[in-house]
Design a protein around this ligand. Structure first.
Ligand SMILES: Cc1cc2nc3c(=O)[nH]c(=O)nc-3n(C[C@H](O)[C@H](O)[C@H](O)COP(=O)(O)O)c2cc1C
Length: 450
Protein backbone atom coordinates (compact mmCIF):
# COMPACT_ATOMS: atom_id res chain seq x y z
CA UNK A 1 0.00 0.00 0.00
CA UNK A 2 1.40 3.45 -0.89
CA UNK A 3 2.53 5.54 2.07
CA UNK A 4 -0.20 7.96 3.21
CA UNK A 5 -0.09 10.99 5.47
CA UNK A 6 -1.36 10.34 9.02
CA UNK A 7 -3.29 13.07 10.80
CA UNK A 8 -3.80 13.85 14.48
CA UNK A 9 -6.42 16.41 15.52
CA UNK A 10 -5.17 18.39 18.54
CA UNK A 11 -8.46 19.87 19.72
CA UNK A 12 -8.65 21.36 23.22
CA UNK A 13 -12.23 22.71 23.53
CA UNK A 14 -10.91 26.19 24.35
CA UNK A 15 -9.13 26.38 20.99
CA UNK A 16 -5.36 26.37 20.39
CA UNK A 17 -4.74 30.11 20.02
CA UNK A 18 -4.43 31.85 23.41
CA UNK A 19 -7.13 34.37 22.40
CA UNK A 20 -9.37 31.88 20.55
CA UNK A 21 -12.20 32.17 23.12
CA UNK A 22 -12.54 35.88 22.29
CA UNK A 23 -13.22 35.01 18.62
CA UNK A 24 -16.96 34.97 17.71
CA UNK A 25 -16.63 31.51 16.12
CA UNK A 26 -15.47 29.90 19.39
CA UNK A 27 -17.97 29.03 22.15
CA UNK A 28 -16.61 30.77 25.28
CA UNK A 29 -17.32 27.68 27.42
CA UNK A 30 -15.81 25.26 24.87
CA UNK A 31 -13.11 24.02 27.23
CA UNK A 32 -15.65 22.52 29.64
CA UNK A 33 -18.49 21.65 27.24
CA UNK A 34 -19.06 17.94 26.54
CA UNK A 35 -21.50 18.61 23.64
CA UNK A 36 -18.84 20.82 22.00
CA UNK A 37 -16.19 18.10 22.32
CA UNK A 38 -18.63 15.56 20.86
CA UNK A 39 -19.15 17.94 17.91
CA UNK A 40 -15.37 18.23 17.45
CA UNK A 41 -14.88 14.45 17.57
CA UNK A 42 -17.57 13.90 14.93
CA UNK A 43 -16.04 16.60 12.72
CA UNK A 44 -12.55 15.06 13.04
CA UNK A 45 -14.04 11.68 12.05
CA UNK A 46 -15.78 13.31 9.05
CA UNK A 47 -12.27 14.49 8.05
CA UNK A 48 -10.97 10.89 8.42
CA UNK A 49 -8.37 11.94 11.04
CA UNK A 50 -6.46 9.07 12.62
CA UNK A 51 -6.94 10.36 16.14
CA UNK A 52 -8.19 13.06 18.47
CA UNK A 53 -5.22 14.14 20.63
CA UNK A 54 -5.34 15.99 23.94
CA UNK A 55 -2.42 17.34 25.94
CA UNK A 56 -2.57 17.45 29.71
CA UNK A 57 -0.87 19.45 32.44
CA UNK A 58 -1.23 18.69 36.13
CA UNK A 59 -1.65 22.29 37.18
CA UNK A 60 -4.02 25.18 36.49
CA UNK A 61 -3.43 26.68 33.05
CA UNK A 62 -0.86 24.00 32.23
CA UNK A 63 1.59 25.94 34.28
CA UNK A 64 1.00 29.09 32.25
CA UNK A 65 -0.43 32.34 33.56
CA UNK A 66 -3.61 32.62 35.58
CA UNK A 67 -4.33 36.16 34.49
CA UNK A 68 -8.03 36.55 33.81
CA UNK A 69 -7.71 36.21 30.03
CA UNK A 70 -6.52 32.60 29.91
CA UNK A 71 -9.27 30.23 28.73
CA UNK A 72 -7.08 27.17 29.37
CA UNK A 73 -7.27 27.39 33.16
CA UNK A 74 -9.77 24.53 33.35
CA UNK A 75 -10.88 21.61 31.17
CA UNK A 76 -11.34 17.82 31.31
CA UNK A 77 -8.95 15.04 32.26
CA UNK A 78 -8.37 13.52 28.80
CA UNK A 79 -9.04 9.79 29.44
CA UNK A 80 -12.28 10.59 31.21
CA UNK A 81 -13.40 12.81 28.34
CA UNK A 82 -12.38 10.32 25.66
CA UNK A 83 -14.35 7.54 27.35
CA UNK A 84 -17.40 9.77 26.84
CA UNK A 85 -16.50 10.62 23.23
CA UNK A 86 -15.75 7.04 22.16
CA UNK A 87 -19.45 6.19 22.10
CA UNK A 88 -20.15 8.99 19.59
CA UNK A 89 -17.62 7.79 17.01
CA UNK A 90 -16.69 4.55 15.20
CA UNK A 91 -13.19 4.90 13.75
CA UNK A 92 -11.52 7.93 15.30
CA UNK A 93 -8.64 7.14 17.67
CA UNK A 94 -8.19 8.84 21.04
CA UNK A 95 -4.67 9.73 22.21
CA UNK A 96 -4.66 11.00 25.77
CA UNK A 97 -1.72 12.41 27.69
CA UNK A 98 -0.69 11.07 31.08
CA UNK A 99 2.33 11.60 33.27
CA UNK A 100 5.02 9.07 34.17
CA UNK A 101 6.24 11.40 36.94
CA UNK A 102 2.99 11.83 38.86
CA UNK A 103 0.97 8.68 38.06
CA UNK A 104 1.56 5.13 39.30
CA UNK A 105 1.93 2.54 36.50
CA UNK A 106 -0.88 0.30 37.80
CA UNK A 107 -3.43 3.18 37.83
CA UNK A 108 -2.34 4.45 34.44
CA UNK A 109 -2.34 0.97 32.86
CA UNK A 110 -5.88 0.37 34.15
CA UNK A 111 -7.41 3.58 32.82
CA UNK A 112 -5.82 3.32 29.35
CA UNK A 113 -6.66 -0.38 29.05
CA UNK A 114 -10.23 0.49 30.01
CA UNK A 115 -10.41 3.28 27.38
CA UNK A 116 -9.00 0.82 24.83
CA UNK A 117 -11.77 -1.70 25.61
CA UNK A 118 -14.49 0.99 25.75
CA UNK A 119 -13.42 2.36 22.34
CA UNK A 120 -12.97 -1.03 20.67
CA UNK A 121 -9.18 -0.68 20.36
CA UNK A 122 -8.82 3.04 19.53
CA UNK A 123 -6.75 4.32 22.48
CA UNK A 124 -3.27 5.83 22.58
CA UNK A 125 -1.11 7.09 25.47
CA UNK A 126 1.00 10.25 25.03
CA UNK A 127 3.84 9.59 27.49
CA UNK A 128 5.01 12.80 29.17
CA UNK A 129 7.25 13.46 32.16
CA UNK A 130 5.35 16.72 33.02
CA UNK A 131 7.93 19.46 32.92
CA UNK A 132 6.52 22.25 35.09
CA UNK A 133 7.24 23.45 38.63
CA UNK A 134 3.55 24.19 39.17
CA UNK A 135 2.68 20.52 38.67
CA UNK A 136 5.35 19.45 41.17
CA UNK A 137 3.68 21.71 43.75
CA UNK A 138 0.51 19.60 43.42
CA UNK A 139 2.37 16.38 44.18
CA UNK A 140 4.11 16.92 47.52
CA UNK A 141 7.17 18.65 45.98
CA UNK A 142 8.65 22.13 46.40
CA UNK A 143 10.50 21.79 43.10
CA UNK A 144 10.30 19.37 40.20
CA UNK A 145 12.64 16.40 39.79
CA UNK A 146 15.62 17.01 37.52
CA UNK A 147 15.08 16.35 33.81
CA UNK A 148 17.29 13.22 33.80
CA UNK A 149 15.51 11.71 36.80
CA UNK A 150 12.12 12.24 35.17
CA UNK A 151 13.23 10.45 32.02
CA UNK A 152 14.83 7.54 33.90
CA UNK A 153 11.58 7.04 35.78
CA UNK A 154 9.64 7.36 32.49
CA UNK A 155 11.61 4.56 30.82
CA UNK A 156 10.87 2.17 33.68
CA UNK A 157 7.25 3.37 33.89
CA UNK A 158 6.56 2.57 30.22
CA UNK A 159 8.18 -0.85 30.68
CA UNK A 160 5.99 -1.69 33.70
CA UNK A 161 2.80 -0.49 31.99
CA UNK A 162 3.49 -2.64 28.92
CA UNK A 163 4.17 -5.66 31.18
CA UNK A 164 0.85 -5.03 32.96
CA UNK A 165 -0.93 -4.82 29.59
CA UNK A 166 0.35 -8.35 28.90
CA UNK A 167 -1.22 -9.76 32.10
CA UNK A 168 -4.00 -11.54 30.20
CA UNK A 169 -3.24 -13.34 26.95
CA UNK A 170 -5.63 -12.51 24.12
CA UNK A 171 -7.40 -15.87 24.39
CA UNK A 172 -7.31 -16.19 28.20
CA UNK A 173 -11.06 -16.01 28.62
CA UNK A 174 -13.04 -19.24 28.21
CA UNK A 175 -16.36 -18.25 29.88
CA UNK A 176 -17.79 -21.78 29.75
CA UNK A 177 -21.07 -21.81 31.71
CA UNK A 178 -21.21 -25.63 31.63
CA UNK A 179 -17.80 -26.28 33.13
CA UNK A 180 -17.76 -23.08 35.20
CA UNK A 181 -14.34 -22.18 33.82
CA UNK A 182 -14.22 -18.45 33.21
CA UNK A 183 -10.58 -18.07 32.22
CA UNK A 184 -7.46 -20.17 31.67
CA UNK A 185 -5.29 -19.50 34.70
CA UNK A 186 -2.22 -20.48 32.65
CA UNK A 187 -2.87 -17.47 30.46
CA UNK A 188 -2.86 -14.87 33.25
CA UNK A 189 0.57 -13.66 34.34
CA UNK A 190 2.11 -11.86 37.29
CA UNK A 191 4.27 -8.84 36.45
CA UNK A 192 6.71 -9.24 39.38
CA UNK A 193 8.57 -6.05 38.47
CA UNK A 194 11.28 -4.74 40.81
CA UNK A 195 13.19 -1.69 39.59
CA UNK A 196 14.78 1.56 40.79
CA UNK A 197 11.45 3.42 40.79
CA UNK A 198 8.71 0.80 40.94
CA UNK A 199 7.81 -2.52 42.56
CA UNK A 200 4.68 -3.96 40.91
CA UNK A 201 3.44 -7.53 41.40
CA UNK A 202 0.39 -7.53 39.06
CA UNK A 203 -1.52 -8.98 37.23
CA UNK A 204 -3.52 -6.04 35.89
CA UNK A 205 -7.29 -6.43 36.41
CA UNK A 206 -8.23 -5.18 32.95
CA UNK A 207 -7.85 -7.40 29.87
CA UNK A 208 -6.43 -6.62 26.43
CA UNK A 209 -8.40 -4.95 23.63
CA UNK A 210 -8.96 -5.68 19.93
CA UNK A 211 -5.67 -3.90 19.21
CA UNK A 212 -3.74 -5.69 21.94
CA UNK A 213 -2.84 -2.58 23.87
CA UNK A 214 -2.98 1.22 23.41
CA UNK A 215 -0.60 2.88 20.95
CA UNK A 216 2.44 4.43 22.68
CA UNK A 217 3.03 8.10 21.78
CA UNK A 218 5.82 10.38 22.93
CA UNK A 219 6.78 14.02 22.47
CA UNK A 220 10.26 14.54 23.90
CA UNK A 221 13.02 16.15 21.80
CA UNK A 222 16.00 16.40 24.09
CA UNK A 223 18.69 13.71 24.11
CA UNK A 224 16.82 11.78 26.81
CA UNK A 225 13.53 12.47 25.07
CA UNK A 226 14.78 11.10 21.75
CA UNK A 227 16.25 8.04 23.46
CA UNK A 228 13.00 7.15 25.18
CA UNK A 229 10.96 7.82 22.04
CA UNK A 230 13.17 5.73 19.76
CA UNK A 231 13.11 2.83 22.22
CA UNK A 232 9.39 2.80 23.04
CA UNK A 233 7.20 5.11 20.95
CA UNK A 234 5.05 4.14 17.96
CA UNK A 235 4.11 7.75 17.23
CA UNK A 236 6.21 10.83 18.03
CA UNK A 237 4.76 14.32 18.14
CA UNK A 238 7.37 17.03 17.66
CA UNK A 239 7.67 20.78 17.19
CA UNK A 240 9.69 22.30 14.33
CA UNK A 241 9.67 25.58 12.44
CA UNK A 242 11.82 24.54 9.51
CA UNK A 243 12.21 21.60 7.09
CA UNK A 244 15.90 21.06 7.90
CA UNK A 245 15.47 20.75 11.67
CA UNK A 246 12.46 18.46 11.12
CA UNK A 247 14.58 16.29 8.76
CA UNK A 248 17.42 16.10 11.28
CA UNK A 249 14.97 14.97 14.00
CA UNK A 250 13.20 12.50 11.68
CA UNK A 251 16.40 10.86 10.45
CA UNK A 252 17.87 10.73 13.95
CA UNK A 253 14.79 9.04 15.42
CA UNK A 254 14.61 6.46 12.60
CA UNK A 255 18.33 5.70 12.99
CA UNK A 256 17.99 5.30 16.75
CA UNK A 257 14.98 3.00 16.24
CA UNK A 258 17.04 0.81 13.91
CA UNK A 259 19.71 0.83 16.62
CA UNK A 260 17.14 -0.71 18.98
CA UNK A 261 16.36 -3.36 16.33
CA UNK A 262 13.01 -1.76 15.58
CA UNK A 263 11.39 -1.36 12.12
CA UNK A 264 11.59 2.42 11.45
CA UNK A 265 8.23 2.24 9.62
CA UNK A 266 6.62 1.33 12.95
CA UNK A 267 7.56 4.66 14.51
CA UNK A 268 5.65 7.56 12.93
CA UNK A 269 7.03 11.09 13.28
CA UNK A 270 4.26 13.71 13.29
CA UNK A 271 5.24 17.39 13.62
CA UNK A 272 2.61 19.83 14.83
CA UNK A 273 1.11 22.26 12.27
CA UNK A 274 -1.22 25.22 12.94
CA UNK A 275 -2.93 26.07 9.61
CA UNK A 276 -4.57 29.42 8.92
CA UNK A 277 -6.34 28.45 5.68
CA UNK A 278 -8.42 30.65 3.41
CA UNK A 279 -9.97 30.45 -0.03
CA UNK A 280 -7.46 33.20 -0.88
CA UNK A 281 -4.15 34.11 0.72
CA UNK A 282 -5.64 37.42 1.84
CA UNK A 283 -8.50 35.65 3.60
CA UNK A 284 -6.01 33.41 5.41
CA UNK A 285 -3.89 36.40 6.42
CA UNK A 286 -7.00 38.18 7.72
CA UNK A 287 -7.76 35.18 9.94
CA UNK A 288 -4.25 35.37 11.40
CA UNK A 289 -4.40 39.13 11.92
CA UNK A 290 -7.89 38.96 13.47
CA UNK A 291 -6.81 36.49 16.13
CA UNK A 292 -3.54 38.32 16.74
CA UNK A 293 -5.48 41.52 17.45
CA UNK A 294 -7.35 39.74 20.27
CA UNK A 295 -4.22 38.87 22.32
CA UNK A 296 -3.87 40.65 25.68
CA UNK A 297 -0.25 41.63 26.47
CA UNK A 298 -0.26 39.91 29.88
CA UNK A 299 -1.43 36.66 28.25
CA UNK A 300 1.31 36.89 25.62
CA UNK A 301 3.91 37.46 28.33
CA UNK A 302 2.57 34.57 30.45
CA UNK A 303 2.74 32.27 27.43
CA UNK A 304 6.39 33.13 26.75
CA UNK A 305 7.30 32.82 30.43
CA UNK A 306 6.06 29.22 30.27
CA UNK A 307 7.59 28.37 26.89
CA UNK A 308 11.01 29.73 27.85
CA UNK A 309 11.22 27.15 30.62
CA UNK A 310 9.78 29.03 33.59
CA UNK A 311 13.15 30.59 34.46
CA UNK A 312 12.41 34.05 33.01
CA UNK A 313 9.67 36.61 33.84
CA UNK A 314 9.16 39.06 30.98
CA UNK A 315 6.86 41.34 32.99
CA UNK A 316 8.19 44.91 32.72
CA UNK A 317 10.39 44.26 29.69
CA UNK A 318 10.00 46.46 26.56
CA UNK A 319 7.71 44.28 24.43
CA UNK A 320 9.07 45.94 21.31
CA UNK A 321 12.58 45.00 22.35
CA UNK A 322 14.46 41.69 21.93
CA UNK A 323 13.90 38.51 23.99
CA UNK A 324 16.44 38.48 26.82
CA UNK A 325 18.47 35.32 27.55
CA UNK A 326 16.68 32.74 29.76
CA UNK A 327 18.54 30.84 32.52
CA UNK A 328 18.74 27.03 31.92
CA UNK A 329 15.60 25.01 32.75
CA UNK A 330 14.87 21.56 34.20
CA UNK A 331 11.53 21.85 32.38
CA UNK A 332 10.98 21.50 28.62
CA UNK A 333 14.61 21.80 27.53
CA UNK A 334 14.01 21.48 23.77
CA UNK A 335 11.10 23.94 23.80
CA UNK A 336 13.26 26.61 25.47
CA UNK A 337 15.84 26.12 22.69
CA UNK A 338 13.16 26.23 19.98
CA UNK A 339 11.59 29.49 21.19
CA UNK A 340 15.03 31.11 21.31
CA UNK A 341 15.68 29.96 17.73
CA UNK A 342 12.35 31.39 16.52
CA UNK A 343 13.14 34.77 18.10
CA UNK A 344 16.66 34.89 16.64
CA UNK A 345 15.92 33.49 13.18
CA UNK A 346 13.04 35.95 12.63
CA UNK A 347 14.61 38.78 14.60
CA UNK A 348 11.31 38.99 16.51
CA UNK A 349 10.61 41.42 19.31
CA UNK A 350 8.98 39.97 22.42
CA UNK A 351 5.56 41.09 21.09
CA UNK A 352 6.10 39.64 17.60
CA UNK A 353 7.31 36.39 19.21
CA UNK A 354 4.25 35.82 21.40
CA UNK A 355 2.01 36.78 18.47
CA UNK A 356 3.69 34.09 16.31
CA UNK A 357 3.64 31.32 18.93
CA UNK A 358 0.19 32.24 20.29
CA UNK A 359 -1.44 29.35 18.41
CA UNK A 360 1.11 26.61 18.29
CA UNK A 361 3.69 27.30 21.02
CA UNK A 362 6.58 26.54 18.68
CA UNK A 363 4.90 24.11 16.31
CA UNK A 364 4.90 25.07 12.62
CA UNK A 365 2.40 27.83 11.81
CA UNK A 366 1.36 28.18 8.14
CA UNK A 367 -0.88 30.80 6.57
CA UNK A 368 -2.27 30.38 3.02
CA UNK A 369 -4.66 28.70 0.61
CA UNK A 370 -5.32 24.95 0.78
CA UNK A 371 -3.00 24.34 -2.19
CA UNK A 372 -0.19 26.37 -0.59
CA UNK A 373 -0.54 24.60 2.76
CA UNK A 374 -0.68 21.15 1.13
CA UNK A 375 2.45 22.04 -0.88
CA UNK A 376 4.29 22.46 2.45
CA UNK A 377 2.79 19.31 4.03
CA UNK A 378 3.69 17.30 0.89
CA UNK A 379 7.25 18.67 0.88
CA UNK A 380 7.82 17.57 4.51
CA UNK A 381 6.10 14.20 3.89
CA UNK A 382 8.08 13.42 0.73
CA UNK A 383 11.45 14.60 2.10
CA UNK A 384 11.97 12.62 5.34
CA UNK A 385 10.63 15.24 7.73
CA UNK A 386 7.23 13.75 8.57
CA UNK A 387 5.04 10.62 8.31
CA UNK A 388 2.05 12.73 9.25
CA UNK A 389 1.02 15.84 11.15
CA UNK A 390 -0.63 16.80 14.41
CA UNK A 391 -3.05 19.55 13.39
CA UNK A 392 -3.61 22.51 15.74
CA UNK A 393 -6.61 24.48 14.40
CA UNK A 394 -6.22 28.04 15.80
CA UNK A 395 -9.92 28.55 16.57
CA UNK A 396 -12.73 25.99 16.91
CA UNK A 397 -14.89 24.65 15.39
CA UNK A 398 -14.25 26.69 12.21
CA UNK A 399 -10.48 26.05 12.10
CA UNK A 400 -11.20 22.31 12.04
CA UNK A 401 -14.11 22.58 9.56
CA UNK A 402 -11.90 24.66 7.23
CA UNK A 403 -9.26 21.92 7.37
CA UNK A 404 -11.81 19.16 6.68
CA UNK A 405 -13.54 21.05 3.84
CA UNK A 406 -10.52 22.71 2.18
CA UNK A 407 -7.31 20.81 2.97
CA UNK A 408 -8.45 17.16 3.26
CA UNK A 409 -9.96 17.14 -0.30
CA UNK A 410 -6.69 18.63 -1.66
CA UNK A 411 -4.64 15.96 0.14
CA UNK A 412 -6.95 13.26 -1.27
CA UNK A 413 -6.84 14.78 -4.79
CA UNK A 414 -3.04 14.38 -4.68
CA UNK A 415 -3.36 10.77 -3.39
CA UNK A 416 -1.62 11.69 -0.12
CA UNK A 417 -4.45 10.87 2.31
CA UNK A 418 -7.03 8.14 2.83
CA UNK A 419 -10.54 8.36 1.32
CA UNK A 420 -11.88 5.90 3.90
CA UNK A 421 -10.61 4.33 7.13
CA UNK A 422 -8.51 1.20 6.58
CA UNK A 423 -9.67 -0.57 9.70
CA UNK A 424 -11.53 -0.46 13.02
CA UNK A 425 -8.68 0.04 15.49
CA UNK A 426 -6.17 2.89 15.84
CA UNK A 427 -3.35 0.46 15.02
CA UNK A 428 -5.03 -0.75 11.83
CA UNK A 429 -5.57 2.83 10.66
CA UNK A 430 -1.99 3.81 11.52
CA UNK A 431 -0.65 0.68 9.78
CA UNK A 432 0.87 -0.53 13.05
CA UNK A 433 1.49 -4.22 13.84
CA UNK A 434 -0.56 -6.04 16.50
CA UNK A 435 1.61 -6.33 19.65
CA UNK A 436 1.92 -10.04 20.38
CA UNK A 437 1.56 -10.99 24.06
CA UNK A 438 5.07 -11.70 25.38
CA UNK A 439 3.96 -14.73 27.40
CA UNK A 440 2.11 -16.27 24.45
CA UNK A 441 5.21 -15.64 22.32
CA UNK A 442 7.45 -17.29 24.93
CA UNK A 443 5.18 -20.35 25.12
CA UNK A 444 5.07 -20.66 21.31
CA UNK A 445 8.87 -20.39 21.14
CA UNK A 446 9.26 -23.07 23.85
CA UNK A 447 6.83 -25.40 22.05
CA UNK A 448 8.64 -24.79 18.74
CA UNK A 449 11.93 -25.69 20.43
CA UNK A 450 10.56 -29.05 21.74
C1 LIG B 1 2.80 17.79 20.39
C2 LIG B 1 3.33 17.84 21.79
C3 LIG B 1 2.45 17.63 22.82
C4 LIG B 1 2.87 17.67 24.14
N1 LIG B 1 1.97 17.46 25.11
C5 LIG B 1 2.37 17.57 26.39
C6 LIG B 1 1.44 17.41 27.42
O1 LIG B 1 0.29 17.16 27.16
N2 LIG B 1 1.85 17.52 28.71
C7 LIG B 1 3.15 17.79 29.02
O2 LIG B 1 3.45 17.87 30.20
N3 LIG B 1 4.09 17.94 28.04
C8 LIG B 1 3.70 17.85 26.75
N4 LIG B 1 4.61 18.02 25.75
C9 LIG B 1 5.98 18.30 26.14
C10 LIG B 1 6.82 17.04 26.00
O3 LIG B 1 6.31 15.98 26.75
C11 LIG B 1 8.24 17.35 26.46
O4 LIG B 1 8.23 17.74 27.79
C12 LIG B 1 8.80 18.46 25.64
O5 LIG B 1 8.66 18.11 24.27
C13 LIG B 1 10.23 18.70 25.99
O6 LIG B 1 10.90 17.51 25.82
P1 LIG B 1 12.40 17.42 26.28
O7 LIG B 1 12.44 17.69 27.74
O8 LIG B 1 12.77 16.01 25.92
O9 LIG B 1 13.15 18.43 25.50
C14 LIG B 1 4.22 17.97 24.42
C15 LIG B 1 5.14 18.19 23.39
C16 LIG B 1 4.69 18.12 22.07
C17 LIG B 1 5.70 18.31 20.99
Amino acid sequence: MTRKIRLGAFLPGGGQHIAAWRHPDQPTDGATSLPFHIQLAKEAERGLFDAYFLADGLAIAFGGGIEGGNAKVAGFEPVTLFAALAGHTQNLGFIATASTTYEEPYNLARKFASLDLISGGRAGWNVVTTATESAAHNYNLDQQHPHAHRYARAAEHVDVVKKLWDSFEDDAFIRNRETGVFFDANKVHYTNHKGDHFKVKGPLNVSRSQQGHPVIVQAGQSEDGRGLAAATAEVIFTAHQRLDTAQEFYRDIKARARGFGRNPDHILVMPGVAPFVGRTEEEAREKYDRLTSLILEEDGIALLNGLTGGTLDLTGYDLDGPLPPAPPTEGMKSRQVLIRQIADQNNFTIRQLYQWVATARGHFTVVGTAAQIVDTLEEWFQNEAADGFNILPPVLPTGLTDFVDLIVPELQRRGLFRTQYEGKTLRENLGMPFPQNRFALARAAAQAAE
